[in-house]
Design a protein. Structure first.
Length: 272
């Protein structure tokens, strides 16, 4: 079983920041990534629909013999993690709990900021996770919807990005926040601008980094790590034409994705 791959999925390209961190922490591991680009975004869908999508994708990945599933999507983590955990015989890791855990461990003032898409902030998923870990922590949230298109366009270090960051994040420091969770997988690309805006005394928690550490801990504790020194292979699938995914994905992964294959999840249902 250690030689099986790690499965990762997202509604689009954002989860590639999680994959990038997993490769950094576990370079010996094979990965299989699926971006559900035909049905992005998930944030506008009902929880029931997101659960259905997530189970379909999980079935696709499990058929490819994975040993652990990473839900590299905040919306899917909030809506479908419980259903996936109940139905799958392998460990399932979302992106919300690891980030919440690090935020609680990091804050000194007991005031944590969470920034994310409107859908993630509306779901209160991070706030609930943080409160479960420590009810005394005050959670202050901000939706930053323009950060996603800025990241995908590559406008991560210009005046438009800085103006957006100042507009969205003004007031968080004044409210005593000393820790901010990057509650969207696109946001690590804007980490520099966000950090400059809130100041160096405010700690940024990257959920992608924390998720990768959690994956490593689980595989290590279960004896499922491949030997160090091995070189992992990485396979990419999308549910729509790959061109746009490749163009943006190369930027997100910090290199070249290689081959990306389009698949039909409906056709996969017929596969034994």
């Amino acid at each position: 079983m250690p030689w099986k791959a790690i499965g990762i999925f997202d509604s689009g390209v954002g989860g590639l920041t999680v994959l990038k961190e997993i490769i950094k922490v576990l370079p010996q591991e094979d990965t299989i990534y699926l971006g559900d680009t035909a049905r992005v975004p998930y944030g506008t869908k009902s929880p029931e629909t997101v659960i259905r999508y997530s189970l379909e994708i999980a079935s696709f990945l499990v058929k490819r013999d994975i040993k652990l599933l990473v839900v590299a999507c905040n919306t899917a983590s909030a809506a479908s993690l419980e259903a996936l955990t109940e139905r799958l015989p392998i460990p399932v890791v979302g992106v919300i709990e690891p980030g919440a855990r690090r935020a609680v461990a990091t804050t000194r003032t007991g005031k944590v900021g969470v920034i994310g898409t409107e859908g993630t902030i509306r779901s209160s998923a991070y706030a609930k996770a943080i409160k479960r870990l420590n009810p005394e922590v005050e959670v202050i949230t901000r939706a930053c919807p323009l950060f996603v298109p800025l990241a995908e366009e590559g406008w991560t270090d210009n005046e438009v990005a800085r103006l957006s960051a100042r507009t969205y994040l003004a007031g968080l420091r004044e409210q005593g926040v000393d820790t901010i969770v990057l509650g969207c997988t696109h946001y690590p690309l804007l980490k520099r601008v966000i950090g400059e805006t809130v100041g160096e005394d405010v700690r940024l928690v990257d959920s992608a980094e924390e998720t990768a550490r959690t994956v490593a801990d689980i595989l290590r504790s279960r004896g499922l790590l491949r030997p160090e020194g091995e070189q992992g292979n990485h396979h990419f699938f999308v549910t729509d034409v790959p061109a746009g995914f490749i163009r943006v994905g190369n930027r997100f992964i910090g290199g070249r994705l290689g081959d990306v294959y389009q698949v039909s999840l409906d056709a996969e249902k017929e596969r034994p």
